[in-house]
Design a protein around this ligand. Structure first.
Ligand SMILES: *[C@@H]1O[C@H](CO)[C@@H](O)[C@H](O)[C@H]1NC(C)=O
Ligand SMILES: *[C@@H]1O[C@H](CO)[C@@H](O)[C@H](O)[C@H]1NC(C)=O
Ligand SMILES: *[C@@H]1O[C@H](CO)[C@@H](O)[C@H](O)[C@H]1NC(C)=O
Ligand SMILES: *[C@@H]1O[C@H](CO)[C@@H](O)[C@H](O)[C@H]1NC(C)=O
Ligand SMILES: *[C@@H]1O[C@H](CO)[C@@H](O)[C@H](O)[C@H]1NC(C)=O
Ligand SMILES: *[C@@H]1O[C@H](CO)[C@@H](O)[C@H](O)[C@H]1NC(C)=O
Length: 335
């Protein structure tokens, strides 16, 4: 039995490729190919289950149709190829099973809200060559991210490492994953500055780095990014001023609160018409509250409490049609 299983693997891979590239609709050929692909994927899943110590959470993995097992998504048009694994909140511990990336068609891997306790499993994950979505959030992963993290699949669009115990500087190589649209590194122990290389991440829509120990100034390129919608850098140790020229055409949410930023709040913020939420609270900003903020038609929230701002609240802010939350209290201006 083990021998024929091993023998089947390369053939199944080959047939699978043919099946995908040039679907043969001949009734005679199809069931055989389908069966072999299915067998390979099913056996890989059973390997994964075994490597994870056959946890009770995967007890339903005992039927012949693996596509209906807990957490498994297959391609819609048959073939039994596994494209997605979602193990969210299954209370799994240990580490990611070595066989995971033997699922050659895996694009989506979600292991969020478990108790995985290991370093970033680099070699294992680099073998998932079609991965687009990786969610390791809310686990106990620790240590530095590897310097060669760019060896993750070039198709990576979503990387979520939220709420783990990662530390050290963020490797510049992340920016070689140039298709990234959402990068979530919040609630870890990262240190150092935002790497310059991040300016290559032209497709970014979400950059979420709050709740770490990042320092240095917020890099200039961010203020000219043309696709960024959400920028969360709060609860860090960023210093420096905001620039006068900001041309972020898509920016909706900006949260820089609880850092050590200083200087004036630039008037140009009021030209970013897509903004719906601005939080600059608990910094060291000085000067007046820009009148232009009262010109933001979509603004729903404005928090600038706990700074050193001077002067009165521009009247225009009071009449903003969508404003639901405004927190301006505690301005420690001297004189
Ligand atoms: C599969 O596992 C479920 C849950 O443990 C059990 O109820 C069922 O009898 C099992 N079926 C087979 C075919 O072993
Ligand atoms: C998580 O895993 C660690 C290390 O394996 C263990 O000590 C801890 O008890 C686990 N926590 C939970 C909530 O299961
Ligand atoms: C992690 O981030 C991804 C991409 O932004 C998102 O789709 C996913 O819902 C997040 N995970 C959790 C547990 O919130
Ligand atoms: C996180 O890592 C630090 C050391 O780097 C360790 O002291 C701490 O206990 C870890 N916390 C958790 C929740 O694993
Ligand atoms: C940022 O923090 C690191 C320690 O994590 C320190 O070595 C470095 O000098 C700091 N940089 C700035 C600009 O404060
Ligand atoms: C924006 O202003 C900064 C200094 O505030 C400058 O370094 C940068 O080159 C300017 N960028 C553009 C596109 O004008």
């Amino acid at each position: 039995m083990p021998q024929s299983h091993v023998f089947l693997l390369p053939i199944a891979a080959l047939l699978t490729a043919v099946f995908l590239l040039a679907p043969d609709r001949s009734d005679a050929a199809r069931p055989l190919r389908h069966e072999r692909t299915t067998t390979t994927e099913l056996h890989t899943l059973l390997d994964i289950k075994n490597e994870w110590g056959s946890p009770l959470q995967l007890a339903s993995w005992n039927t012949t149709n693996h596509c209906s097992w807990t957490g498994i998504t297959c391609v819609t048009r048959g073939g039994g190829l596994v494209t997605g694994i979602s193990f969210k909140r299954l209370n799994l511990g240990g580490s990611i099973p070595p066989s995971m990336c033997n699922l050659k068609y895996l694009t989506h891997l979600d292991i969020s809200y478990n108790n995985l306790t290991e370093r970033f499993p680099r070699i294992l994950l680099y073998a998932c060559s079609r991965l687009r979505f990786l969610d390791l959030s809310h686990n106990a992963f620790y240590g530095a991210l590897p310097d060669d993290i760019s060896r993750l699949s070039p198709f990576m669009k979503y990387l979520n490492l939220t709420d783990n115990n990662f530390s050290g500087v963020v490797p510049p190589a992340i920016a070689e994953l140039s298709a990234l649209q959402e990068l979530l590194l919040d609630s870890n122990g990262f240190t150092g500055e935002i790497p310059d290389s991040f300016s290559n991440l032209k497709e970014l829509r979400v950059l979420d780095m709050w709740g770490n120990h990042f320092n240095g100034s917020i890099p200039v390129w961010i203020w000219q990014h043309q696709k960024l919608e959400k920028l969360y850098l709060y609860d860090n140790e960023f210093t420096g001023e905001l620039p006068l020229n900001i041309t972020m055409l898509k920016l909706e949410e900006l949260d820089l609160s609880n850092n050590k930023l200083n200087g004036n709040i630039p008037e140009v913020l009021g030209t970013l018409k897509t903004l719906s939420f601005i939080s600059l609270g608990s910094n060291e900003f000085t000067g007046p509250i820009p009148k232009s903020i009262g010109l933001l038609p979509n603004l729903q929230g404005l928090r600038i409490y706990n700074n050193k701002l001077l002067g009165s609240i521009p009247r225009s802010i009071g009449v903003l049609p969508n404003l639901q939350l405004i927190q301006l209290y505690k301005q420690y201006a001297l004189g």
